[in-house]
Design a protein around this ligand. Structure first.
Ligand SMILES: Cc1ncc(COP(=O)(O)O)c(C=O)c1O
Length: 379
């Protein structure tokens, strides 16, 4: 493959990623193709046969995500899914068999315990380890698949992907990294040696809080063939409109990510400087427990900041006092959101723990709103 974007910066790459060759009188990014089936006389060969297997709108988006996850690399395949969980499940359920062992994060996305229970019903042994401190090394022996989520959601711990991949590979174990929080502009797991980069595109990748999407990128053709087969079996495919909206959103990825991540850092600094102890976490904040490894393997640190207020009541008052920030779950959108994570009951976090997703507002406005809400919510 020749990379027509070789040497290009992230912004250039983002605006051009996955675009087809120009065709006279056709739009730059062709519109969504709504088709359950395609004209298919004679032998039923692809590329486009049935809408659950392939769609030209997915093809463009898959190329675009591949351009961002593994620029200029041959042999990397990307597959899009209906949601991040569809992508996560596709890797785990297509790669593991009864009798296999998998290592999952103990502090990852809150649906992972549900996945764990499901894997166990199929006779797959599940071990867990926290993300920080490379604790996965202690439970790796005999494992077939190591699942990493770095930075972790919502705790924002980071692990050393290269180091873990080297050890895992030496023991015959493949590695998948959930790249949701970093986005491909923040971190490229395949370049760090991982076998799969998996993500929810629902978050900062598409960035407007209006679609669900997931993807899997990987360089091993036979593993990706089984992920593709899983997509066909499970049928968890994105609608053409969602796929097209996602591709359209990628054009502004670098603008959004840079603005939002700068806002996250500004917020983290302002929170760190507060007189009260609020345990702010942000992987890009010098002094944060994640900073050292994050600085080695990440190019950008994400738009999520977390911090803990002393009580649940204080956290609720704080959220209520915010004017520019919506109280909502999820993260990565251009409009700032925040929530008290303990309200879901799934994460091991204190009652006053806030997961804050910085949007694209003006930094002074955002920081001022948060500081005012903190003051107003104090007893
Ligand atoms: C790290 C991580 N992985 C996967 C998912 C699942 O993504 P989706 O909600 O698109 O299914 C999420 C959702 O919050 C997430 O935060």
């Amino acid at each position: 493959m020749t990379d027509s974007l070789e040497g290009a910066g992230d912004g250039t790459r983002a605006v051009r990623a996955g675009l087809p060759e120009p065709v006279k009188y056709e739009p730059t990014l062709p519109g969504p193709v709504f088709a359950a089936h395609f004209h298919l006389p004679g032998e039923p060969t692809g590329p486009y046969t049935y809408g659950r297997d392939e769609n030209p709108t997915w093809t463009h988006l898959e190329r675009a995500i591949g351009d961002l996850e593994a620029p200029g690399r041959d042999g990397v395949e990307t597959l899009v899914f209906a949601s991040g969980m569809a992508a996560v499940s596709a890797v785990l359920f297509s790669q593991l068999r009864a009798g296999d062992t998998v290592v999952l994060p103990s502090d990852g996305y809150q649906a992972l315990p549900l996945v764990r229970a499901q894997l166990e019903t199929y006779g797959i042994e599940v071990r867990t380890a926290p993300t920080g401190g490379d604790a996965q090394l202690k439970v790796l022996d005999g494992a077939k698949l190591l699942w990493l989520e770095t930075p972790s959601n919502p705790g924002l711990d980071v692990c050393d992907v290269r180091r873990l991949v080297e050890t895992a590979h030496a023991r015959g174990c493949v590695v998948a990294v959930d790249n949701t929080l970093a986005t491909p502009l923040g971190q490229r797991p395949l370049d760090l040696g991982a076998d799969f980069s998996v993500a929810s595109g629902t978050k900062q990748l598409t960035g407007h809080g209006d679609i669900l999407l997931g993807y899997v990128a990987g360089g091993d053709a036979s593993s990706m063939a089984s992920v593709r087969r899983w997509r066909k079996i499970a049928g968890a495919i994105p609608g053409p409109m969602e796929a097209w909206l996602a591709h359209r959103s990628l054009a502004t990825l670098q603008l959004r990510v840079d603005r939002q991540n700068a806002n996250a850092l500004a917020l983290a600094e302002a929170l760190r400087d507060r007189p009260e102890e609020i345990e702010v976490r942000y992987p890009g904040l010098p002094g944060d427990p994640s900073y050292k490894i994050a600085a080695q393997q990440m190019r950008r640190y994400g738009c999520v900041v977390s911090f803990s207020l002393p009580t649940r009541a204080r956290a609720d008052r704080f959220l209520h006092a915010l004017r520019l920030v919506d109280e909502a779950t999820s993260f990565g959108g251009v409009r700032s959101t925040a929530e008290r994570r303990g309200r879901w009951g799934g994460d091991a976090v204190p009652e006053g723990f806030i997961r804050f997703s910085a949007g694209a507002e003006d930094p002074e406005d955002l920081v001022a709103d948060v500081l005012r809400a903190l003051d107003e919510s104090a007893e």
